[in-house]
Ligand binder design. Structure first.
Ligand code: NI
Ligand code: MN
Length: 226
């Protein structure tokens, strides 16, 4: 499984012949200019954790270009279904096996309104299982005790956690989150995109190292393989 960081909370995951795009916010992220062009993205699936602009901005244009299946909570899926897109609705605690592997939609503590004010359901994250590997895509969330439920059923190989603070967990809570999900291998996201979420990257890596964990911070367009 190859995971490419597309900036902010956007990820491109390759599993065999399948390409899965998560929370596409690229055309509105000036840090991706000259590195990522949404016209080059050809996902089979688009996963959406919640309805905020910095997670959905490019969903429609990419779904229109590719016919990708949009997977999200019931309210977000219905919102796109009503606009004519192909969707798969889920809700918290539910699993579904897709042709690339299994997804579970899990709890997040955050909010989830669309930019136009319409209701985006409750926010979530995904546990993705494929090729005998398991990853947790936390979405935007606070540290929450619900994270302790994940290792009861799943031994994670990688946890993708927000670390930018202000709108989500910051670094110290993300270290606790990695304890809660029982995974020492962390990919940080949702940081340094705009002013509210700027971090000191070296300090963040040092703090994780001191806690006996590995924090990966990828440059935009770079990948990690698990
Ligand atoms: Ni958000
Ligand atoms: Mn966000």
């Amino acid at each position: 499984m190859q995971i490419t960081f597309l900036g902010h909370a956007s990820l491109l995951i390759k599993i065999g012949n399948n390409t899965i795009l998560v929370d596409p916010f690229i055309s509105g992220n000036e840090k991706t200019v000259g590195i990522i062009d949404i016209k080059d993205l050809k996902p089979d699936y688009i996963l959406v954790t919640h309805a905020h602009q910095d997670h959905i901005l490019d969903v429609e244009v990419i779904a229109k270009n590719t016919g990708a299946l949009i997977v999200s909570n019931y309210e977000i899926a219905t919102y796109y279904e009503n606009k004519g897109y192909k969707v798969h609705p889920m809700n918290h605690g539910g699993n579904w096996t897709f042709d690339f592997g299994n997804l579970k939609y899990v709890n997040a503590v955050h909010t989830s309104s669309f930019p136009d004010g319409s209701y985006g359901g409750q926010p979530g994250g995904f546990v993705l299982s494929a090729e005998d590997k398991h990853i947790y895509i936390a979405g935007d969330t606070a540290l929450t005790m619900d994270m302790k439920l994940i290792p009861l059923t799943t031994k994670l190989n990688l946890a993708i956690l927000p670390i930018g603070d202000n709108f989500t967990m910051g670094i110290d809570d993300a270290i606790l989150a990695s304890d809660f999900v029982e995974c020492k291998n962390i990919l940080g996201y949702h940081y340094d995109t705009f002013g509210y979420i700027e971090i000191d990257q070296d300090r963040a890596i040092q703090k994780f190292t001191k806690a006996d964990k590995k924090l990966h911070l990828l440059k935009i367009g770079k990948s990690i393989t698990i």
